[in-house]
Design a protein. Structure first.
Length: 232
C-alpha cells in the first residue's frame, strides 16, 4: 500500500505525545488488524463525544485534547490513530444539506449556517478493499437519547446530526464493512484526498469572516449546549 496513506501531516500529527500515549496505554499495537480498527473506531465514536469544535481545521492532537468533535474533526483524529496503527486510510469530502443539523442548530443561527455544509468520512484499506467509515460521528449515548426522543420513527430520519434511512438501527458498528450515520444528507461529492490537509487547501472550511468568528466564539457554544441537553 502506498506510503501516502500512512504519512504524518500537519493535521494528522500522530507522532504527538498525547496520541502515542493513548495508543501505548491501551495496548492497541498488540491487537490484530481487525481489532486495531475497532479499537480506534470505537474510541473516536464514543469516548470523543459528538460536539462542535472551534474549527474544522484542527490537528488531531487538538481534537483529542477537546475530547469532542463533529464529522470533520473526528475524521482527522480517527485517521491519525489509524495511521499510527499502520492502517492505510484516506479522506473523502462531501457537502451535506444543513437540514440534518436542524435541532442541534436552532433559531437565527440556523439561518447563518450555509445551506451546503462541508462533510467527510474516512476510508480505510482493509482486507484488500476500501471501506467507508462514517458511523463514528455520534456517540452512543447521544444517538440513543435521540432514538428515545423520536421513538415513533421507524424508517428515515433527518435532523440533530443524523441523516439515515434506518433510524432505529443505523449501520454504525465496526463489523468489517461500511458504516454510516449522515450519508443520506450528502448532496455533493468533493472527491477523495490523501489527507484532510489537501482537502481544506482546495475547498476551505464552512465559514469565513464575521460568520466564522461568531461561530467559533458564540454559536458553537450554544450548539454544544443543545447537544449536551439531548445527551442528558
Amino acid at each position: 500500500m502506498n506510503e501516502k496513506y500512512l504519512a504524518e501531516t500537519p493535521l494528522l500529527d500522530y507522532k504527538h505525545s498525547s496520541i502515542q500515549k493513548l495508543i501505548k496505554d491501551n495496548g492497541w499495537l498488540q491487537l490484530n488488524g481487525y481489532d486495531r480498527v475497532g479499537a480506534a473506531y470505537n474510541y473516536v465514536r464514543n469516548t470523543i463525544k459528538f460536539g462542535y469544535n472551534s474549527s474544522d481545521e484542527l490537528k488531531s492532537s487538538q481534537v483529542f485534547a477537546d475530547s469532542y468533535g463533529q464529522c470533520n474533526t473526528k475524521a482527522t483524529l480517527l485517521m491519525s490513530l489509524f495511521r499510527a496503527l499502520g492502517i492505510p486510510c484516506r479522506f473523502h469530502g462531501f457537502t451535506i444539506d444543513k437540514k440534518l443539523q436542524k435541532g442541534a442548530i436552532t433559531g437565527i443561527f440556523y439561518r447563518i449556517v450555509p445551506k451546503n455544509i462541508i462533510h467527510s468520512w474516512v476510508e480505510i484499506y482493509f482486507e484488500n478493499k476500501w471501506i467507508n467509515l462514517e458511523g463514528f460521528i455520534l456517540d452512543e449515548k447521544y444517538l440513543s437519547q435521540l432514538q428515545n426522543k423520536f421513538n415513533n420513527v421507524e424508517g428515515s430520519f433527518s435532523g440533530y446530526g443524523v441523516a439515515t434511512d434506518n433510524f432505529k438501527n443505523p449501520p454504525i458498528k465496526w463489523q468489517g464493512k461500511d458504516t454510516y450515520i449522515q450519508k443520506e444528507g450528502i448532496n455533493n461529492d468533493l472527491g477523495v484526498f490523501n489527507n484532510p490537509d489537501d482537502f481544506y487547501k482546495k475547498n476551505g472550511s464552512n465559514l469565513s469572516g464575521i460568520k466564522k468568528w461568531l461561530y467559533a466564539n458564540f454559536i458553537r457554544k450554544l450548539m454544544n449546549l443543545n447537544v449536551s441537553k439531548i445527551r442528558g
